[in-house]
Ligand binder design. Structure first.
Ligand code: NAD
Length: 462
C-alpha cells in the first residue's frame, strides 16, 4: 500500500470508533510491550549494527526507556482520558461545561537515526494511549533498526491501525504532504521547517521535536569534579549523537583549568585511554556525518584553536571519532554556528554569569540547558532568565527520563511536547463542550436589546 491507500484505510478504521475505548488502548500498549520484549535481542543487534551501540546504552536509553513509558501510560490512562468538568459562568446558567480529550485521527510520526528505536516508538506509545492510528516513518540512516521496526509493527498490529513506511526523504515528503490529522516530527531544525511548510497546505497540526546547541554552564561555585563527569557522560554517550547532549560548555574562569583536568581524567578512566578499543564507546552514524565532524575540526584548527583528542585519530573506515575537547573556544568561532552532534566539546571561559546569560539568551533557543552551581540564587537566575526547552540543574540529559515531566523544545528547538501525560495531551484535541438546560430561556441575549447593556456591563465586568 502506498501512503494514500494507507491513509484511507486508517481513516476508515479510525472512524469506526475502534480506537476509542480505554480497554482497546490498554490492549494495544500490552501488545507493543510484549512485541518489544520478544525482539529485544534483535533490537540490540540492530542498534549495534547501525550505531555501534553497546548493550548497556541500548537497553537504558532505548528499550528500558520505552518500558517505562509503556508502564506509565498504562498506569495513568484512566485519569488522562477522564472528561474534565469545569465551572460555567453564572451568566450562562443553567449549564455544565466539560473538556473531552479526543484523538486527532491518523498521526504521521517521523523519526531520526540517533536513538532510532526509542524516538520512533515513544511517540507511538503516546499516540496509542490517545487513541490515534499511526503511520510511522523510521530513519533511513539507521536501516537495521528501521527493518526491526517494520517487522515488529507489521507482525503485531493490523496495517489499518499502525503501519510503517520505510524510505528516504522522498517517502518522508509524501507522508508530510498527505492530509493526515497530525504530524509528529523529530529531527533537524532545517527539515522541521520543511515539515511545517508541507503541513500548512492542509492545516495539519504539527509537533516538532528539533535540536540546537544546548549549553552547559559550570559556575564558579560548582562541584567541578561532579560537573566534569556528568558533562562528559552526557556529551560522549552515543558518541555525542544525542539531541539533548551538552553541545558546548561555558566554564567560569576560576575553575576552567580544574574542569579540563577532571574531564580528561574521567574520559581516560572510562575508556582506558583507548576509546577506539572500548566496547562502551559508539560510532558515527555514516560517512557523511564523519566528514562533517572532521571538517568542523579542520576549521577549528584553521582558526588557530587548540583541539585535544582524548584518544587516537579519527578513523574513517570504522567511523570512529574520539572524545575531543576544544579549549579556548569563543562564541565567534565557526564551531559555535551549528549543532555539533558528535563527540566534540567546545570549552568557553566566562567571567560574569549575568553577561553569559545574556549572550546565550540572544542565540536560538536550545532544546536543553544545564547549570552546575550550588547557589539557589544562581539556579533561579538560570531558570527564570534563560530560554530553553527543558533543563537539568547539576546533571545533564536526565530531565528527559522523568515521565512526569513534559519533553519538548521551544522556538528554534521545536514546538509541542510529549512523554507521559504531555504525550497523551499532544496527541489529543481538547474539545470544549457546554451543555445548556432548556427549561428556562431568559430572553436577555435576544434582540431587541433595548436598555439592557448597562445591566450586562455590570454582570460582565464583575
Ligand atoms: P533529519 O531532519 O535529517 O531527519 C529526520 C527524519 O526526517 C528522517 O526520518 C528523514 O527521513 C525525514 N526527512 C528527511 N527529509 C524530509 C523532508 N523533506 N520532509 C519530511 N521529512 C524528511 O534529522 P536526523 O539527522 O535524522 O536527526 C538529527 C537531528 O535531529 C539533530 O538536529 C537532533 O538534534 C535532532 N533530534 C531531536 C530530538 C528531539 O527529541 N528533539 C531527538 C533526536 C534528534
Amino acid at each position: 500500500m502506498n501512503v494514500e491507500e494507507l491513509l484511507d484505510a486508517q481513516r476508515r478504521f479510525f472512524q469506526s470508533g475502534a480506537t476509542g475505548s480505554r480497554q482497546f488502548r490498554l490492549q494495544q500498549l500490552d501488545l507493543l510491550a510484549r512485541a518489544i520484549e520478544q525482539r529485544e535481542g534483535d533490537v540490540l543487534a540492530a542498534l549495534k549494527e547501525d550505531l555501534g551501540k553497546c548493550e548497556f546504552e541500548s537497553y537504558t536509553s532505548e528499550i528500558g526507556f520505552l518500558y517505562e513509558e509503556l508502564r506509565f501510560a498504562r498506569k495513568h490512562l484512566r485519569r488522562w482520558m477522564r472528561v474534565r468538568r469545569v465551572p460555567t459562568p453564572l451568566l450562562h446558567a443553567p449549564a455544565t461545561s466539560r473538556v473531552y480529550y479526543r484523538p486527532h485521527g491518523v498521526s504521521a510520526i517521523l523519526a531520526p537515526w540517533n536513538y532510532p528505536f526509542q524516538l520512533a516508538l515513544a511517540p507511538v506509545i503516546a499516540a496509542i494511549a490517545a487513541g490515534n492510528c499511526v503511520i510511522l516513518k523510521p530513519s533511513e540512516l539507521a536501516p537495521a533498526t528501521a527493518g526491526i521496526l517494520d517487522t515488529l509493527i507489521t507482525e503485531t498490529f493490523p496495517r489499518e491501525y499502525l503501519s510503517v513506511v520505510n524510505g528516504g526523504p522522498e517517502v518522508a515528503r509524501q507522508l508530510t504532504a498527505a492530509p493526515v490529522d497530525h504530524i509528529f516530527f523529530t529531527g533537524s531544525t532545517a527539515v522541521g521547517r520543511q515539515v511545517m511548510r508541507a503541513a500548512a497546505d492542509h492545516l495539519v497540526p504539527v509537533t516538532l521535536e528539533l535540536g540546537g546547541k544546548s549549553p552547559a554552564i559550570v559556575a564558579a561555585d560548582a562541584r567541578v569534579s561532579v560537573a566534569a563527569h556528568r558533562i562528559a557522560w552526557g556529551k560522549f554517550l552515543n558518541a555525542g549523537q544525542t539531541c539533548v547532549a551538552p553541545d558546548y560548555v561555558c566554564v567560569h574562569a576560576s575553575v576552567a583549568e580544574q574542569f579540563i583536568r577532571e574531564i580528561t581524567a574521567a574520559v581516560q578512566k572510562w575508556y582506558g585511554g583507548h576509546p577506539a578499543a572500548s566496547p562502551d564507546y559508539g560510532r558515527i552514524i555514516n560517512e557523511g556525518h564523519f566528514q562533517r565532524l572532521n571538517d568542523l575540526l579542520q576549521r577549528q584548527r584553521g582558526f588557530s584553536r587548540e583541539v585535544v583528542l582524548l584518544g587516537s585519530e579519527p578513523d574513517r573506515a570504522t567511523r570512529f571519532v574520539p572524545p575531543i575537547l576544544c579549549p579556548g573556544t569563543t562564541f565567534a568561532d565557526p564551531i559555535m554556528e551549528e549543532e555539533i552532534f558528535g563527540p566534540i566539546l567546545p570549552i568557553l571561559v566566562y567571567q560574569d554569569f549575568t553577561d553569559l546569560m545574556r549572550t546565550i539568551a540572544a542565540r536560538p533557543t536550545p532544546l536543553a540547558a544545564y547549570l552546575f552551581s550550588e547557589s539557589k540564587s544562581v539556579q533561579q537566575q538560570f531558570v527564570r532568565n534563560l530560554p530553553f526547552g527543558g533543563a537539568t540543574i547539576n546533571d545533564t540529559i536526565v530531565h528527559l527520563v522523568n515521565a512526569h515531566l513534559p519533553f519538548g523544545g521551544s522556538g528554534a528547538s521545536g514546538m509541542g511536547s510529549y512523554h507521559g501525560e504531555a504525550g497523551f495531551r499532544g496527541f489529543s484535541h481538547a474539545a470544549a463542550v457546554m451543555k445548556r438546560g432548556t427549561r428556562f430561556d431568559p430572553p436577555l441575549k435576544y434582540p431587541p436589546y433595548g436598555d439592557r447593556l448597562a445591566m450586562i456591563r455590570r454582570v460582565m465586568r464583575r
